[in-house]
Ligand binder design. Sequence first.
Ligand code: TRP
Length: 349
Amino acid sequence: MSPSEPAAATGTTSPTTAEARPRVFSGVQPTGDLHLGTYLGALRQWVEHQQDRDSVFCVVDLHALTIPEEIDPQRLREDVRRVMALYLAVGLDPERNVIFAQSHLHEHAELTWLLNCVTPLGWLYRMTQFKAKSEGRESVGTGLLDYPVLQAADILLYDTNVVPVGDDQRQHIELTRDIAVRFNHLFGEVFVLPEAAVPEVGARIMGLDEPTVKMSKSVARQRAGHAVNLLDDERTVRKAIMSAVTDSGREVRFEHASPGVRNLLTILQTLDGRPMDAIVAEFEGKGYGDLKKAVAGVVLDALRPIRERFDAIMAEPGGVDELLAAGAERARAIAAPTLSRVKEAMGVG
Ligand code: TRP
């Protein structure tokens, strides 16, 4: 089989696609808590599809080390636990999905080295995220350049078919495929070629204070009122939503609505579940204040149980750590055989 064939064809060699469920891999950096945009745009779909997908969720703490000036060791360790607890709190089942922390497996770092040796430097210098993140820095660590190879290792270790990502990550998935194709060409068919997937459904939630840009973790860290974090208290949530940017109009419509009003309606519709027409009809003759109150209501209703489950999981002695350990063990059961295949093909180990 030619290594340049699409993943669907190449995937037939994968031990995981014997079952019909595609292997899905997703990574999230443990920097701060998750927000409403991630919840509505991604997590909710993952919960909904946990029966028909074979999903691996990785908290990528090694990726959080690439800018050493920003590492806060205690905080990093705690953030990994919080992201784990949040995943469970939104409803991801640790039995059905593999949920674990990247650094708990040596396989990720080890495969990165092996992949480094087949990755031309030029491919890494071209990456737009590297260019953006290294720009203006006095000192740039090798890890920042190597970041996408570690990401490729994450994905390839699990014979991944599908990687659900935002647009900004497309180039990283392309690179992963290029590395896999090159490896397979040099050493034989070892890797499954992954495919990027921009989530089929899923609302694109915009910043509350700037509804023309996607709600973003990094902006949220700089500006209160940009995002609603899943663990924000009631007052903070209300305040962010009530001060969301709208426009100078007054009437609630969806067609021709400004980005801010459209964003509020999208949040409401996604959580409420009724068709948009029905929601807009309900607000006929009412103003933005009423709309915002309704949005705050459904958001708070959605976040309350998440918060309660989060607190319960964090309060259980050993709870999160045990789940992380169990997740690592299940992850290793998939990753270790892949790494062995790679080492065998390269003549080491
Ligand atoms: N680079 C991704 C991001 O910043 C995080 C990530 C690391 C990832 N490894 C991954 C995403 C593997 C998908 C698959 O969002």
